[in-house]
Design a protein around this ligand. Structure first.
Ligand code: MLT
Length: 276
């Protein structure tokens, strides 16, 4: 992450999380999506000029210890324990997709840990029966054929596909980095996470009691959690603000980092969480 940055290994529950930190001030907890690790936040490094970035590899992923997640709730409890271990006050909790599910549970289970939410390219609803079946199928294939089958299934759906998006500088490098990140995650973690994702509950009712300032961000071309998911979230969280980012897919912070980073800083200044 940004300079100066450091990596710590922090004992959390029955495992040790690798966590990258940079900057100072209000903590910004960055929770990665599936099946990635903290590296997906590389384009948020400039935010370390304003905030204290805390970017863990969630259990089982990246350089963190296993086992993989038993549930999304467990990942939220890990995140709360990590913030406590790092002596962080209430944090701005930013999660993408699976990280967004974790952020929602963190806000409900550990409200004292959350000063504001940034939910990006995620949703509140549980899986449909078809989605659960597809996850079980992918977990079985991953067991037989390895990580490459997961990368083949996911990478083409992660990024925007419009001509404008395809023509963007750095597109091939982002695609290669995403593939490499998927290939380095342990199969057992991928399988555990797929089961945890399939079992996660609908959060709409629980989130109605969460009143912290909330920014919802989604790529206009997100094929996994399309803008309609965030529009539905806005009905549950009427105080939230929604930003739909043109020519971005499921990885908005990577695909449109300048827009994303500016939106986070403006949101925090307006919500008076950070002076800007
Ligand atoms: C992610 O990006 O974290 C996953 O696509 C989440 C999901 O499959 O629900």
């Amino acid at each position: 992450m940004s300079t100066p940055s450091s990596v710590h290994h922090v004992a959390v529950g029955d495992t040790r999380l690798a966590v990258h930190t940079a900057g100072s001030g209000v903590p910004l907890l960055l929770l990665h999506g599936f099946p990635l690790d903290h590296g997906m936040w590389v384009a948020q490094e400039p935010l370390a000029d304003h905030l204290r970035l805390v970017a863990p590899d969630q259990r089982g992923f990246g350089a963190s210890g296993g086992p993989g997640p038993a549930s999304i709730e467990e990942l939220a409890d890990d995140a709360a324990a990590l913030l406590a271990a790092l002596h962080c006050g209430p944090a701005v909790v930013c999660g993408l997709s699976m990280g967004g599910y974790v952020a929602q549970h963190l806000a409900v289970r550990h409200p004292d840990r959350v000063a504001a939410l940034v939910l990006t390219d995620t949703k509140l609803e549980a899986d449909t029966p078809e989605a659960r079946a597809a996850r079980a199928d992918l977990a079985a294939k991953a067991g037989r054929l390895g990580q490459a089958i997961v990368a083949d299934a996911m990478v083409p759906r992660l990024l925007a596909t419009s001509a404008e998006a395809r023509a963007r500088a750095g597109r091939a490098a982002i695609e290669a980095a995403l593939r490499a990140a998927i290939l380095r995650q342990p199969i057992a973690t991928i399988q555990a996470a797929l089961a945890a994702l399939a079992a996660r509950p609908d959060m709409s009712a629980a989130l109605r009691s969460v009143r912290v300032p909330t920014l919802l961000v989604v790529g206009a071309e997100d094929a996994i959690t399309p803008p309609a998911c965030m529009e539905a979230a806005l009905e549950v969280l009427p105080h939230a603000r929604l930003l739909v980012v043109p020519h971005a897919g499921h990885m908005t912070p990577l695909e449109a980092p300048a827009v994303f980073n500016r939106a986070v800083l403006e949101f925090l200044a307006e919500a008076r969480v950070h002076p800007g």
